[in-house]
Design a protein around this ligand. Structure first.
Ligand SMILES: [Fe+2]
Length: 254
């Protein structure tokens, strides 16, 4: 179990990022703070208590929650945070309802896969890219020196595609979409994923530069779907995959 040690990053003069690893699944949570207004975007909170304390300590103003996707380990802290901070706005993509998300949320993104809309947080503007494949309405946040990639893009691989609502072909398209986006961003911007997995060189960082990721991540490099589909981390033979099979079968019966 992680204890919520916080790493503080300043990827650009206008943005401070707090990264904490929380819970039994070692989820990486991110708080993106607009330095001039003290408004902030809280992405995938695992603990409402933990982040409410930080908000108090740092004397932050309005907090908006943005969810990369609706898996329980990325949303567990939402209800608790909302209880303590009842005016919080919560954004999620509407396609997440396809896999059974029922909220709580207050705003739905509805833009099509592989397009983006903007989200204003204080004086900051983040691009909200719809990058499905791990789930139907997965989001990647891009702006002001950071790419927050949830379970779509890890540092040395991509997310699995065999859970309920996942799709390998969509994930390939999302990787190609992100490849184009990342290629056009400054090379020293950093990528902040939803979980920490070892890189092929044995290192196990919680963030790396775009430049390093494009060199070392086999999922995002330009390739055919046929090549992509052979990657060993897209599907697993485990209890989660079994559960997804049962959920798909139940859906087909209805
Ligand atoms: Fe996930």
């Amino acid at each position: 179990m992680s204890h919520g040690k916080i790493i503080e990053l300043t990827p650009s003069s206008e943005l401070t990022v707090l990264q904490a690893q929380l819970g039994g699944w070692d989820n990486l949570n991110h708080l993106l703070i607009c330095n001039s207004t003290k408004n902030a975007l809280l992405i995938d909170p695992f603990s409402g208590d933990f982040w409410s304390e930080i908000v108090k300590e740092r004397d932050l103003n309005s907090i908006t929650i943005g969810l990369t996707h609706s898996h329980w380990d990325h949303t567990k802290g939402v209800e608790e945070f909302l209880k303590i901070n009842p005016n919080t706005e919560i954004y999620v993509h509407k396609l997440e309802y396809e896999r059974g998300w029922k909220g709580p949320d207050t705003h739905h993104w509805t833009h099509p896969p592989h397009t983006f809309v903007n989200l204003n947080i204080g004086n900051l503007i983040f691009e909200i890219h719809c990058t499905p494949g791990h789930t139907p309405g997965h989001i990647t946040f891009i702006g002001h020196g950071v790419v927050v990639s949830g379970d779509c893009l890890f540092l040395g691989r991509c997310g699995r595609t065999d859970l309920y609502g996942g799709d390998m072909y969509s994930m390939w398209e999302s990787q190609m979409h992100l490849h184009i986006q990342l290629k056009n961003l400054p090379k020293d911007w950093i990528v902040l994923p939803g979980h920490q997995y070892s890189m092929s060189d044995g290192n196990n960082p919680t963030f790396i530069t775009i430049d390093f990721l494009l060199e070392n991540n086999p999922a995002i490099k330009k390739q055919s779907f046929e090549e992509f589909s052979k990657l060993e981390f897209l599907e697993f033979d485990d209890s989660l995959a079994e559960k997804a099979k049962r959920e798909r079968a139940r859906k087909e019966e209805i």
